[in-house]
Design a protein around this ligand. Structure first.
Ligand code: 5AD
Ligand code: SF4
Length: 458
């Protein structure tokens, strides 16, 4: 994303701005874990007197929290870093920090490419921002804070949240899976589970602060507890979270299809608050490719998993991630993915062109697929998926759905937005009686591929 983040803080209007206050702004790219890290970085800046601003020109601290899961993200970020050089000329006191996965991967190489950057903060060093700034103020020189390995537990730091209704709560960090295309295990380290009492306490407090919905975050949430015998497994965690009185809805991401088990499905079925939405990245519908990706399951295993989920919770929604153009993917193997998509009928698929990440096993594999072929396949995949998504959404026309009111839609102040438990985005014309954070019943009048539109039912 290239738009500055909105934090849950008042942004002072221009005529009220205090010239003695220092302002910061942030740009965050990538996954929700990264967005949450930005909330922890922003919280630390606020603790030392910085206030948030949307304006780049006004900021005396600019934070870019980066992603390197695909090359396209990296290119965009290096472009953004380049653009900031001129600001440094007009404001020599400006501090620019690069955090996140690209900082962890490229380390001091970023200083070489862009000497106008002051601070580089790795994924394991997010909690150190205040110390890093102090060091910079003393030395007035580049500061590199990138540990190769994480501490067992990331220390708590002040956090300011991006929203007021929905909050992210990390339950574990890192990934042990080493899918052959993926850089995440190299930049986020091995799996570390957060203590269950800390998670429950944070969620309870978020509820008291007015949050209605929380999303449990982890690269592979179903491995929760595997690295320690202290807190039980993911299903035990879900059961405990379901008991927290102060919140209304619980989501989680991301699940690995191999690790989601009957106990988790059963827990969700018997829960009061855990949403009936399953995001299960399949990545490919070809057994040959799944094996080369080191995903640890077959298409038959996945089919059986979907059958179980749909039998237990028939109205559950199902979404997925798919990579096209993995090395060795022939037209025939790609066709298997297309057929799989038609067979499973996901509510939505997030589709990606395979991106070669140096250091990962897939980058060295033979038969890399040309970009033009990848793009053509992506388009075919999206065409098939869009038709399916629309058909599924059309089944909601003339029915009533319940959403939590999240606020105005991005494009239109007079239109409100909310989500169903199945994670469908619903828009309707504001009637004035709705309150942010409250439930609303909406009668669906129009179904589109990615959204539902309707009218508030009194
Ligand atoms: N190229 C393309 N997509 C990737 N993903 C992860 N690594 C790569 C890569 N090298 C996708 C996967 C994952 C999602 C978050 O990003 O589909 O589920
Ligand atoms: Fe990457 Fe696979 Fe871990 Fe997901 S499970 S973060 S795709 S290595």
């Amino acid at each position: 994303m290239s738009k500055p983040d909105q934090y849950n803080v008042e942004v002072t209007s221009n005529d009220m701005k205090d010239s003695n206050v220092k302002y910061f702004t942030t740009y965050t790219y990538g996954c929700q874990m990264n967005h949450h890290d930005s909330e922890r970085l922003a919280g630390q800046l606020k603790s030392i007197g910085y206030e948030y601003t949307e304006s780049l020109e006004e900021a005396s601290f600019i934070l870019i929290n980066t992603c390197c899961v695909r090359e396209s993200a990296e290119k965009k970020i290096y472009g953004k870093i380049g653009e900031l050089k001129n600001l440094k000329v007009s404001n020599p006191n400006l501090i620019i920090a690069i955090a996140g996965c690209m900082a962890q991967k490229d380390k001091e190489k970023i200083f070489k490419k862009a000497p106008h950057i002051d601070l580089i903060i790795g994924t394991h060093n997010v909690h150190q921002l205040v110390e890093v700034i102090k060091e910079f103020e003393e030395s007035k020189d580049h500061v590199l804070a990138v540990w190769d390995q994480a501490e067992r537990l990331a220390p708590d730091v002040p956090t300011i949240r991006r929203g007021k209704i929905s909050a992210w709560v990390p339950i574990m960090y890192g990934c042990n899976n080493f899918c052959t295309y993926c850089i995440v295990p190299y930049v986020r380290g091995r799996e570390r589970s957060r203590p269950l009492p800390d998670i429950i306490e944070e969620i309870h407090q978020l509820g008291l602060d007015g949050f209605k919905e929380i999303t449990l975050l982890g690269q592979n949430v179903n491995s929760y507890g595997n690295d320690t015998n202290e807190y039980g497994d993911f299903a035990d965690l879900l059961k405990a979270v379901d008991q927290v009185e102060t919140i209304e809805r619980v989501r989680y991401m991301t699940s690995h299809p191999r690790d989601i088990n009957d106990k988790v499905i059963d827990t969700i079925l018997n829960s009061k608050k855990i949403c009936d939405h399953f995001h299960l990245p399949v990545q490919s519908g070809s057994d040959t490719i799944l094996k080369m990706m080191n995903r640890g399951y077959t298409t038959d295993y996945y089919r059986e998993l979907v059958r179980k989920i749909r039998k237990a919770i028939p109205h559950a929604s199902l979404t997925t991630d798919i990579i096209v153009g993995f090395p060795g993917e022939t037209d025939e193997l790609f066709q298997e993915t297309l057929e799989f998509l038609k067979e499973i009928r996901f509510d939505a698929s997030y589709t990606f062109l395979y991106s070669k990440r140096s250091g990962t096993p897939a980058a060295a594999m033979a038969d890399q697929v040309p970009l033009a072929v990848k793009k053509e396949r992506l388009q075919k995949l999206m065409d098939v998926q869009n038709d399916i998504s629309l058909e599924i959404n059309q089944q909601f026309t003339d029915t009533a759905v319940t959403v939590i009111v999240e606020g105005p839609s991005q494009r239109d102040e007079n239109r409100l937005m909310g989500r169903t438990t199945t994670n469908k985005i619903v828009l309707w014309d504001k009637q004035g009686t709705e309150e942010v954070g409250q439930l609303a019943n909406i009668k669906i009048t129009t179904a589109q591929t990615w959204i539902l539109k309707g009218d508030l039912i009194d």
